[in-house]
Design a protein around this ligand. Sequence first.
Ligand code: MGD
Ligand code: SF4
Length: 745
Amino acid sequence: TSRRKFIKISALGLGGVAATTSALNMFGANSYLDTLVKENVAKTFKRTPTYCEVCFWKCAAWTYTDEEGAIKKIIGNENDPHCYGRLCPRGTGGVGMYNDDDRLKTPLIRTTVNGEQTFREASWEEALDLIALKFKNIKETYGPEAFALIKHGAPGAHLEHLFKAYGSDTIAEPAYAQCRGPRETGFALTFGSWVGSPEPTDIRDTKCLVLIGSHIGENMHNSQVQEMSDAIDNGATIITVDPRFSTAASKSKFWLPIKPATDIALMLAWMNVLIEEDIYDKEYIAKYANGFNELKEHVSQFTPEWAYGITGIKPNEIRETARTMANAAPSVIIHPGRHVVWYGDDSQRARTMAMLNALLGSWGRRGGFYFKESIKVPKFPHPPYHHPKWGWKEIGEKYPLAQMGITTEVLKAAIPSEDNKYPVKAMMVAGTNITKSIPNKKLLEEAIEALEFMVVIDTMPMDVTGYADVVLPECTYLERYDGIRSATNREPSIAVRVPAVEPKYDSKPVWWMAKQIGERLGLGEYFNYNDFKEVIDWQLKQMGSSLEEMEKIGVKNFTRKSGPLYINEDETYVFPTISGKIELYSQELKDLGFDAMPNYTKHPEPPQGFYRLNYGRAPMHTFSRTANNPNLNDLKKENDLWVNPKVARILGIKTGQAVWLRNQDDVISSFSIKVRVTERVRWDSVYMVHGFGHKEKRLTRAFGKGINDTELISKVAIDPIMGGTGMRGNFVEIITKNPHKNIEI
Ligand code: MGD
Ligand code: SF4
């Protein structure tokens, strides 16, 4: 058998006791427990500040513990602009991460017993010594660059520090090439600035919010959802472009059920209408934009009639929605979206969105996009990093505008071949379940197989841990200090994470692991502290606060220093682009051999008997990390397959029936999924929530529940500009008989 065969370990523990969560509101602030806590806070509860790690909005919160030290409740911090004092259901359920009995409990080392591979429990000493030895061997044999880090979330920063001290910059995360990367490229090319997170969308003051495949509401980002609901109450018009009738579509004045993969055509036609009807922001464009004449000429051919044949959206609807936007301008937002890796022309689609915003004059305008600001957290002193000979940039050099490591390229670099100039030999994976976050399982398994060594750091025995040589158990965010949260927003703010309880089992924080490995490698000077709280306290003192103060307030807001929130109409704003203006025509793209202005290209359509695999989010889950969380699993245990009634009739399938899926490359889903027959999905697509179908038996609640969409994404359309992996071009057929009968999966 393969050395790196995925280890399936039989379920060890009993399932955790599910907390009562069914009474949770969408936002937890009004629940019974809240009231209980608020009434008793002074007497019995201790509160500790944290910021949430259940998704990456990083809402600041208070963790309440009782006299016995048990966590009772997590509540949003009232002074935090990410949450306005209210957590989303996942944040409230975050305590389930701590309470989950299936958690990783000790370090594990891969071993072979009677010819079978398994894990054995190990002490921290033994596991860390082994890891440090491998770090040394890799450095001596291949150079430090050959040790790659794939990371996501808070643990990433501590490990990035370790890797850079060691001499490797071979670092990537799925939040770039599998998520937001293309939109940052598209907006940076146009306005000179990344969108970033939280998005600087002025939703609370907007008059018109245009969502193009962005399903806010199901995609739960706290303050964004709260602002959208306020905007709706204030009479804002919502325009939703989605082949599926999403929750946002149900709140919209206009729902445009677009044919999948044709959004660029619709947006080109919108630009055509804005310019032909002379309803774009003329003053703003004259003052701030370059290349308007080229754009006018370019879009003159893209009439609503032309777009109708491609998108299925009627010309009068295209005109009416364009006029609605123009009426609301500049208080209008063409939302940049978040998970935007769809069809491989994603940077260009993001650019089309940016250009529409430009024509409407919404960038830097109230109710459009505000100028975000954050505060810089001073770096704790350490010696300079070593300069690696190569790293993520060289690995991704084929993609000229890549701004971060491309996970799939790092994986390719692990597969030996003659023309592989940058061979990756070992990998550390932390805070990301790459079996679900990175498509193309064949590539993933081939890469992992070729590695000499692999470490996984996680809180849970997720699927990815089954591929590791060493698994290290991190304690959850409620049990540790982490870096200071400083995010961009209307006003800068910082938040701290302080442990509310001691780490359970034999788990440890990543900052501690990084320091332990660093010291074993002779890099002690980079970790010149005993406890990470010393680093935080030092940084806070430089910023005029202290850990003592932050323990009392949790969040500190600062006044803006960079200037006004919106463009000052009496002055001429200089955009941070090469020309200082908005680039409607991109010379940079042209020089690189790409289209200077976006064009619509046709993408493959499902063959007979196949349906496009579409996927998205549910408000009570984040990616794959929450499927086993006792509280959140209680709210939604598995995903279901949305099927149009017409398709259900043809195939003779009913709601609740279990089916399997097979994709265009003959990949069959490991598990079955229950059908949900609904008019809300088009006849040419099926839809499911991402993050289910776990194959690891140690996840007692999530194992075998639903389908993992990622395993059916065997084909990706790579964005030639920045390397993002477009994942929406996979097609599946629906199978009603168990294809795995008598086959071990
Ligand atoms: P999760 O699936 O939530 O996110 O993908 P991932 O980064 O893999 O997995 C996070 C992992 O971190 C889990 O194993 C969890 O147990 C672990 N974890 C949680 N908290 C901690 C902690 O405190 N410390 C440590 N060490 N580990 C922790 C997200 C990525 O996936 C993104 S950002 C997007 S937008 C893409 N979405 C997406 C999709 O929608 N569909 C498909 N098919 N693929 C996708 N890939 C991308
Ligand atoms: Fe946590 Fe929800 Fe905020 Fe995300 S949006 S950080 S899950 S409370």
